[in-house]
Design a protein around this ligand. Structure first.
Ligand SMILES: [Zn+2]
Length: 527
């Protein structure tokens, strides 16, 4: 027995569940047939059992009965672990820590994963290799697909094309007991962050996820060790993270562009982009240099260029302003080096660029404000680089940022507008689901509407009070349920468009486009 004295007897169901899980792992090629005994024995040991259920391997031999998802087998195993005291508390946090530990016993070693990936890429091509690796990440429950599937998703037609709206319901809410526990934990120093390579195989803590089932692939970018992994949160198909082997801060430099192109040359079926390197306009992790990649066509990629124009020096490079609520310069070239030279010039110029007429200032004192969110892809055999111009200056009127969602939109979105949102996919907080449903009840008359009560700061819908009053004024309180839902989805979708407009440094109007052109002329574009 490896468990302490507080452990109660392990329920009898555990033996057959272990057999099922081993069969699942074998069927989905997490294990090879030669690995079966060792994996079974490791699971028996974890649960404090000295022998398997019945005749090992016979308890479960029909593949037809295997679930698509390991969760159906893991859930009763976690119940048993909780009942027998193997996990200290039957909370989502401890259950998540324990199921990663279980699945970690069924994984190939990190080096074995890399060998399999490389062999597949060589024999069947890079796409077959990423298909296999993505499925491994789902079958191992590192990507908790059962939770991802709960996310809300809809498309919103706008003058910029269809925007994608997601409501993030996959993050489990922590109960008060868990929150209280987190407050008692000492500050941790290992791994330095959620992106560090030291996460591979880490058992986790209540304040850090377990990663025994995480596998990463080494990737050399500009001669330096970087790594590729999938994101456990899957905001879009095959959502990947490409991270520096060292824990070094985010920095957008000419080298960044070269790394992005290195990546798409190796994985031409994926796009890749980087968050900007300044607060307010950057992502949530600024202290570890990383990119996000994946196999998904974002709304921004589908948006057209207003007018392609030539470059005065680099004749093989075309550029143009994308018809998009944010300020995007699209560069296109068949050749890598001329494209990179233009991108370098744009970055260097933008870092220093001020245009008082457009309210753009590169510095306040010594503090820099200008940066870029870059995205790279291969399209019809050509390199395409989208450079999204960003500025993180704040003012008295807009203390959270001038080019950041303004206050009247904060009830929908107040977080940073990072790479994913820049490209037209909104990741909205889970609280919205409940709130939108309560607002729908008002609009259908299912709940009574008391304008003063909603406006009270203690009311759960207080943040939406002004918006609700406007909706009621325009649409009344006797809508059919479907009509209320359609109305709210559309209203939220349009607010997301407005969020992106706020984040754009050049506005989508005649003075804004002229100011954008003014900048582009300074970097050699002929418009
Ligand atoms: Zn790190």
């Amino acid at each position: 027995m490896n468990a302490g004295t507080t452990t109660s007897a392990v329920p009898e169901s555990v033996g057959p569940l272990i057999e099922r899980l081993v069969a699942f792992a074998l069927h989905n090629r997490l294990l090879e047939p030669l690995d079966v005994e060792a994996a079974r024995n490791a699971l028996l040991d974890l649960f404090g059992l000295s022998e398997p259920a019945g005749a090992a391997g016979e308890a479960f031999d029909s593949e037809a009965e295997l679930p698509d998802d390991p969760v159906a087998i893991l859930e009763p195993l976690l119940d048993a672990a909780a009942a027998s005291g193997l996990i200290p508390d039957d909370t989502t946090t401890y259950r998540d820590l324990f199921d990663a530990r279980i699945m970690g016993l069924l994984m190939p070693r990190p080096s074995e994963t890399v060998r399999l990936f490389r062999a597949l890429a060589k024999e069947q091509g890079i796409q077959a290799a990423t298909d296999w690796f993505y499925k491994l990440n789902i079958d191992s429950n590192y990507i908790r697909m059962d939770r991802i599937r709960k996310n809300g998703y809809w498309l919103q037609a706008t003058e910029y094309g269809e925007l994608e709206i997601t409501v993030n319901l996959s993050k489990p809410e922590k109960d008060p007991k868990e929150i209280a526990l987190l407050k008692t934990l000492p500050p941790a120093h290992y791994p330095k962050c959620l992106l560090c390579r030291e996460n591979v195989g880490y058992a986790g803590r209540p304040d850090h996820p377990a990663r025994q089932n995480l596998r990463v692939l080494p990737l050399e970018l500009q001669g330096q060790p970087w790594f590729f992994q999938y994101s456990p949160y899957v905001y879009y198909n095959e959502h990947s993270i490409v991270f520096n082997g060292e824990h070094v801060p985010m920095r957008i430099t000419p080298e960044t562009f070269r790394r992005l192109l290195d990546f798409i040359e190796r994985m031409p079926h994926y796009f890749i982009g980087s968050n900007a390197d300044l607060p307010i306009v950057g992502g949530s992790i600024l202290n570890h240099d990383h990119f996000q990649a994946g196999r998904h066509t974002f709304p921004m990629e589908k948006a057209s260029v207003r007018d392609w124009v030539g470059h005065s020096v680099e004749t093989g490079v075309a550029g143009g302003i994308v018809k998009w609520p944010m300020s995007v310069l699209r560069l296109r070239s068949d050749e890598r080096e001329p494209l990179l030279r233009v991108a370098d010039r744009v970055l260097q110029a933008w870092r220093e660029y001020s245009d008082p007429q457009a309210d753009i200032y590169a510095f306040t004192g010594e503090t820099p404000h200008n940066t870029i969110t870059p995205i790279a892809r291969l399209k019809d055999g050509a390199y395409e680089l989208d450079l999204v111009l960003r500025n993180n200056r704040a003012s008295e009127e807009h203390p959270d940022g001038i080019f950041h969602p303004h206050r009247e939109l904060h009830h929908i979105k107040k977080e940073n507008i990072g790479l994913i949102e820049v490209m037209g996919l909104a990741v909205l907080p889970g609280r919205l689901k409940q709130e939108l449903s309560a607002i729908a009840d008002i609009l259908t008359g299912a709940a009574s509407y008391d304008q003063a009560a909603v406006a009270d700061s203690n009311h759960p819908l207080a943040g939406h009070a002004g918006w609700i009053a406007e909706l009621v004024r325009e649409h009344g309180t006797s809508l059919a349920p479907e009509a209320a839902e359609t109305l709210l989805r559309s209203a939220v979708g349009h607010k997301f468009r407005d969020v992106l407009r706020d984040a754009g440094v050049y506005k989508d109007d005649a003075p804004g486009l002229e100011a954008f052109a003014r900048f582009l002329r300074t970097v050699g574009f002929e418009l």
